[in-house]
Structures are given as C-alpha cells and as structure tokens.
Design a protein around this ligand. Structure first.
Ligand SMILES: Cc1cc2nc3c(=O)[nH]c(=O)nc-3n(C[C@H](O)[C@H](O)[C@H](O)COP(=O)(O)O)c2cc1C
Length: 367
C-alpha cells in the first residue's frame, strides 16, 4: 500500500476502521508555526459521522497530538495526531469476510493481501481514514491561510438536487468563510434541505445515491506547480483520490470543454488594477500545470455509497460459488454529504506541499 503523500511535507496515514486507533504523521512542517487546536477540532466535527443524512456510528473524532507540538507551536519534529475508534460493531461485518460487498474494496483487497486484510468496517480501505486526512488537512489549511490562501467546498449536487455554483471569477472570501462554518456546506440552504430529504428517502428505500463537491481556492499566486508530472492537476488528483468513492474530477469546466469550440472555451486576458486576470475562468485557475492567479476551481464526483440495505448478488470466496449478501452495518446513504471537508483537506495538503516546493525552487514571488 502507499499510505503517504507529499514531496516537501510528507503526510502518512495509518489505522483501520475498527482497529484501536487511526491517525496521521505530518513530517516537514517548518518549526515555529502556531496550530490552533480549537479550529482543528471544529474542522474535524464537520466530517464526523452521526448527523442527519449520515452513518449513525458515533465517534468524537478528537485528535490527540502526541508529537511535534510544544506550547501550541510546531517544533520541527513530525506532527503526529491519533484518533481513537470508540464505537465499533465488528459483528456487522462477519458475512463480508467471505462474501465481498459489490462496489466496495473487499474483493480486490482480499486478493491483494492474500486474505489477511482487515475486513471489519472496510479496514484501511474505510472512509474512516478520511478522519486523519482531515486532521492533516486542517493543519495545512491554517498554514495556507498564513500565506493568504483560503479554500472551501460545498455540495454542488446530491442525487438529483443541485446547489448554486461558485462565481468562477469574483467569488468572495466571505462566501467561503460561511461555508466553512456549516455542517452541511451548501450555498443555497433550500438545496441543502432537499439533499437531506433525498438521502433519507434513499436510505428508507434501502438504497444510496451519489453527489458532487465543488471546491474554490482563493489567493493562490500564479506560477505554482511542477509540471509535467507534478503539475497542479496531477498533485491535486493524487491527493484527492485518497478520498474514497471519488470517480471523476473536473478542473474548471472540465469535461464540458470537450463539447466546446476554442472561441467559446478560451478565457481572454485583461489588466485590472495592475494585475493580469482572465475575463472568465473556464480554465479553473490552472494552465500548463501551473496556477494562473485566478480562483482554482474543481469538482469531485462521488459514486453512490456501495453498502446498501438490500440483498445483492455476490460470491462466497471460500466456496467459490454465487450467493446473496445482506450487508449489515451503519452506512452513509450519500457519501458526498460528508465529503466536503475531506475534499478541502486533501486539496489543502497538496497545495501546501506545492507552495513549499515552488518556494524551495526559487519561485520569484515567494522568495
Ligand atoms: C465521507 C465518506 C463516507 C463513506 N461512507 C461509506 C459507508 O458508510 N459505507 C460504504 O460502503 N462506503 C462508504 N464510503 C465509500 C467507500 O469508502 C468506498 O466506496 C470504498 O472504499 C471503495 O473505494 P472506491 O469507491 O474509491 O473504489 C464513504 C466515502 C466517503 C468519502
């Protein structure tokens, strides 16, 4: 497995869904950075299960910092945070040791680890591992903020319900700040209510649904990125696909570009208050793998939660025969509803790493 990410900072994630604890180690953060633990706790609460439209597993998700922080400041040693697993019901997963859930990682993980993988709650493949990702991301968000860079996401869709989209050219910091305060981050509150109702309807039908999360990053200077293999899309994608159930990412207008002509798609340049900007932002703030200084915009598309409360066709791995699976456990009817902070966290880790790398490589604006 490859449970670590980063070139200048290195984030490593450990644990299993029903093990004793999960956590993350972040190596390479400069010493002397103040970390606001109350804000980090608040960020963790946005991802935690147990709320409306979410799995009813009850976890406090309190991060215990065991190294790297002295009197609230990073000390240069690896920053390690541990989160205990307290509300586990491993009996729910007995059947799945032999009968893999369709569309979950159970079968390929069984093959990859020769049957020794921890199936309880999905083990290391569980979305529970997005909790330490959020811890590392919450730290990186604070460090990015100190450089004038802020980011936030919202649910662009859940099932067939759509939220309003970000303003791609002139999005205001206050909109992002408001989203960061919300347990269900949506721009249009009515859409949020409808999304929760649709998720509840899917749950009652023993089913699940997909959704998408739009992310906006403000304040990124132009010229960050290490193309061709370490470009901004490359590195963001590598980090974002650590969030399970993401099946596609659109940067800027993304796949829609394939249906346009150059004259419709091109973003004209203009000078405004001594700054070069683009009139539109279909490029989503990235060209040639480098930031352009425009807001960075991307959308992550999530598949429906695989574990549903319906009998599904599967196989018995021990008997090598077809069989039916009735999966137990407490599950999210729509993974996307809980995924906004996970997307923010993964993006913050990748962008902070890219920022430090550009600085180390002599980016003229970051000296
Ligand atoms: C926040 C979040 C919550 C999730 N909750 C569940 C869940 O309750 N049950 C489930 O089967 N999958 C859930 N998933 C999705 C699975 O973890 C994921 O589909 C699985 O690990 C297979 O990985 P893949 O979909 O990326 O191929 C969730 C994903 C996220 C991001």
């Amino acid at each position: 497995m490859s449970s670590d990410f980063g070139r200048v900072i290195r984030v490593s994630i450990f644990g299993q869904s029903h093990g004793e604890a999960i956590g993350a180690v972040i190596d390479g953060i400069p010493a002397g950075e103040k970390i606001d633990l109350d804000r980090m706790d608040a960020f963790m609460r946005r991802r935690a299960p147990g709320g409306k439209g979410a799995s009813q597993r009850k976890e406090a998700d309190r991060v215990r910092i065991v190294s790297g922080l002295v009197d609230g400041y990073t000390c240069g040693a690896p920053l390690c945070g541990i989160i205990e697993n307290t509300d586990v019901r491993s009996a729910d997963y007995k059947a799945m040791a032999d009968i893999p859930r369709p569309m979950h990682a159970d079968y390929p993980a069984h093959v990859r680890h020769g049957g020794y993988n921890d199936v309880r709650g999905g083990g290391h493949y569980s979305a529970r591992l997005t909790a330490p990702l959020c811890f590392a991301g919450a730290v990186c968000m604070q460090l990015l903020e100190r450089k004038g860079i802020m980011l936030a996401g919202h649910l662009l869709s859940a099932g067939k319900v759509q939220d309003a989209a970000f303003d791609p050219v002139n999005e205001e910091p206050k909109v992002l700040l408001q989203l960061l305060e919300k347990k269900l981050p949506v721009i249009d509150e009515n859409a949020g209510e409808k999304m929760l109702a649709a998720a509840e309807e899917a749950r009652q039908a023993g089913d699940s649904m997909g959704g998408s999360v739009e992310l906006c990053v403000l304040g990124l200077p132009a010229g960050i990125g290490e193309p061709p293999f370490g470009g901004v899309e490359n590195r963001l994608s590598q980090a974002l696909y650590a969030v399970p159930a993401i099946k596609a990412i659109d940067f800027g207008c993304g796949r829609e570009a394939a249906l346009m002509r150059g004259s419709e798609h091109n973003d004209p340049y203009t000078v405004e208050d001594g700054r070069i900007k683009t009139l539109f932002n279909r490029h989503g703030g990235i060209l040639g793998g480098l930031t352009t200084g425009m807001p960075l915009l991307l959308t992550c598309h999530f598949k429906p939660t695989p574990t549903i409360a319906r009998q599904q066709q599967s196989v018995s791995l021990s008997k090598m025969e077809n069989t039916l699976l009735s999966a137990g456990g407490r599950h999210d009817p729509c993974a996307a509803l809980r995924a906004v902070p996970c997307v923010e966290a993964a993006a913050a880790i990748a962008l902070y790493d890219l920022y430090l790398e550009a600085k180390a490589h002599g980016h003229p604006l970051l000296a």
